[in-house]
Design a protein around this ligand. Structure first.
Ligand code: ADP
Ligand code: MG
Length: 256
């Protein structure tokens, strides 16, 4: 579904992402892991078309370079890491903004748009916040509203940058299970996340980034090892596997 080949991204004359190739199939949830500054957000912003990159990217076999802006927005939804809304738009209208790529210029919001927004709001359990101004909800509530906006966009590819950050455990599970059901509908989901256990439990694959490169890519149980965590994060951790999946106990820093 999503196919990125040899993606290299430079910012302010510095090469941040080096020659990354990544393919995500329809039906797959892929967790992007890696330390702060590894280049996860930069890679995701490039794939989402926010910043320029060298390399090729296609969705469903179609190169994004040949897509118009609207077409691209119907192919890839992007949920940014920073949740900022500066104006007091209602939560319902914020989610409806996700439907913009599906609307013709000047055309009214359709029944299908409203239905898609409502379904997304139910998935994120924010129906009760519909009339609240986005500037007057909690950080976690806003994060869920923005996730709902990306879901309402109804694209074959969803790219979400740390969507679980700041959510309580129940809403983290709700979010991950929403991504799983979107994948079950045939979408491809790429999300960055710092909670390795959560990633392992809910993703088909984990991709580990370090210093702008992919250093591991595979099924969570196989790709995540104590040696990898020591090398990439500089931590000592105990890793276990039980009927609940992978468990991880950080024990300290490698140099301790
Ligand atoms: P991550 O999301 O994995 O924490 P980022 O992609 O945000 O990492 O950042 C990767 C690296 O790129 C960091 O070293 C960061 O300082 C650098 N970086 C981010 N934005 C810019 C920018 N606009 N100009 C120069 N360097 C940047
Ligand atoms: Mg980031």
């Amino acid at each position: 579904m999503l196919n990125a080949q040899s993606v290299t991204v430079s910012l302010s004359d510095r090469e941040i992402v080096h020659d990354v190739s990544l393919a995500i199939a329809a039906g797959e949830v892929v967790a992007l892991l890696g330390p702060n500054g590894a280049g996860k957000s930069t890679l995701m912003r490039a794939l989402a078309g926010i910043i320029p990159f060298a390399g090729t990217l296609s969705v469903d076999g179609r190169p994004t370079a040949t897509m118009r802006a609207g077409e691209r927005a119907r192919a890839i939804a992007y949920l940014p890491q920073d949740h900022v809304v500066h104006w007091p738009i209602s939560i319902a209208n914020l989610v409806l903004l996700g439907r913009l790529p599906h609307q013709r210029f000047g055309q009214a919001v359709s029944a299908a748009d409203r239905q898609a927004a409502l379904t997304a709001m139910r998935m994120m359990q924010i129906e009760g916040l519909a009339d609240r101004p986005a500037t007057e909800v909690s950080g976690g509530e806003l994060a869920r509203a923005l996730a709902a906006r990306a879901i309402a966009q109804d694209t074959p590819v969803i790219i979400a940058d740390e969507p679980a950050a700041g959510l309580d455990p129940a809403h983290q599970i709700r979010l991950m299970s929403a991504f799983r059901s979107l994948a079950a509908e045939g979408k491809a989901v790429l999300l960055s996340i710092h909670d390795i256990e959560l990633a392992a439990r809910w993703s088909d694959r984990v991709v580990m980034m370090s210093d702008g490169r992919i250093v591991a890519d595979g099924a969570p149980g196989e790709a995540i090892s104590a040696a990898l965590l020591a090398r990439v994060y500089g931590i000592k951790a105990r890793i276990g596997h039980d009927e609940c999946g992978l468990t991880l106990t950080p024990l300290g820093l490698s140099e301790d």
